[in-house]
Design a protein around this ligand. Structure first.
Ligand SMILES: [Zn+2]
Length: 345
């Protein structure tokens, strides 16, 4: 797959492709943006473009079909190295933890040292450029990040490091400052919807998946029928809550679960619901709602709250989602948010 088939990431890709054309590619890149929007794919296409052997290819793209391109797509090119969580690599038989330890869910310092001291010390096997893809980069624990610093600053000749991250802000500042950041954006809803449609998903299901996915194709595709049915039920429960009863909302949030993943899901479904209320305020009818069958409830809340108040609540949910990514205590963050809804602070 060439760069031209990667949709919605013109900003990041134009920087990358201009550097490829000019031969000025930075040796350390940070592909940063929401999960499921094409960062990992872009890193792989970059590795292909740097090693593609098609005689008529564009200098800033890969053909996707020659020997090296196909090897890279299948993860079999010896000069394209993928660094992932220890557990994932152990499961795939590509890494064995030192001293027979249980594999960690992090990328650990031993893995980074194996890369920097052993693998990068070798000559290239068959490619023109070696590409190291660290995905997800935020899985590196602090020792692992520190062990990578020197290589990030001065990698061996012919080596490019690509850090892929959906939480780039949690990486050490010393890591971030050594990389050229390529910002990836959420994908347009219409594009995500068209992909779901192509998968044959029923329209009502697709609409809710698009609304919950927040511009991430990966997440939209991962939301299966059973998960969507459960989320729909939760939004229905939220829609039935009295708009002015803080206690009822806090009880609802607790019932959804108190760990970080549950808190994130609760925030996402509250966003879907509040956006529908906003749409009902603007349009006054069912058009454009993620949950058209809840139009009546949305209109009722739309009449009880001002648009400014709905926007304020949406903003607070967004802020809470951000703080959850930065390790905020999940139950507490949600409660604080809901108290903020009802006390205007
Ligand atoms: Zn090729």
């Amino acid at each position: 797959m060439p760069f031209s088939e990667l949709t919605g990431q013109d900003r990041a890709l134009s920087t990358l492709r201009a550097a490829l054309r000019a031969g000025t590619l930075h040796h350390a890149l940070l592909l940063a943006g929401p999960e499921g929007v094409g960062k990992g794919t872009a890193a792989r296409i970059l590795a292909q473009a740097l090693n593609c052997e098609a005689p008529d290819r564009a200098p800033d793209d890969a053909c996707g079909a020659c020997g090296p391109c196909r090897k890279i797509a299948r993860g079999l090119h010896p000069d394209v190295l993928l660094l992932q969580e220890e557990r994932t690599m152990a499961r795939a038989g590509r890494w064995e933890p030192r001293g027979g330890k249980t594999p960690s869910k992090d990328i650990v310092v031993d893995q980074v040292r194996d890369l920097t001291d052993r693998r990068l010390a070798l000559r290239l096997f068959e490619g023109r450029r070696r590409v190291v893809i660290v995905d997800p980069a935020e899985a590196m624990n602090p020792q692992a990040q520190n062990a990578l610093l020197k290589t990030l600053e001065e990698p061996p000749e012919d080596t490019v490091l690509c850090l892929v991250s959906s939480s780039a802000d949690v990486l050490l500042p010393t890591i971030r400052s050594r990389c050229l950041r390529l910002p990836f954006a959420p994908l347009p809803d219409a594009f995500v919807a068209s992909r779901l449609e192509a998968e044959g998903r029923p329209p009502a299901e697709a609409r809710l998946a698009v609304a919950l996915a927040g511009g991430s194709l990966g997440r939209a595709l991962a939301l299966d029928t059973a998960t969507l049915a459960a989320r729909r039920e939760a939004v229905e429960a939220a829609a039935a809550l009295p708009a002015d009863d803080a206690g009822a909302w806090i009880a609802f949030a607790r019932a959804q679960g108190e760990d970080r993943e549950a808190a994130r899901e609760t925030c996402e479904l509250l966003l879907v619901w509040l956006r529908d209320v906003l749409v009902a305020q603007a349009a006054g009818e069912g058009a454009g709602l993620a949950l058209a069958d809840l139009a009546g409830a949305a209109r009722q809340v739309a009449g009880a709250l001002s648009p400014a108040e709905v926007l304020r609540r949406i903003e607070q949910v967004r802020l809470t989602l951000g703080s959850l990514r930065q390790n905020a205590a999940a139950g507490l963050a949600l409660e604080r948010m809901l108290i903020g809804w009802f006390h205007g602070c």
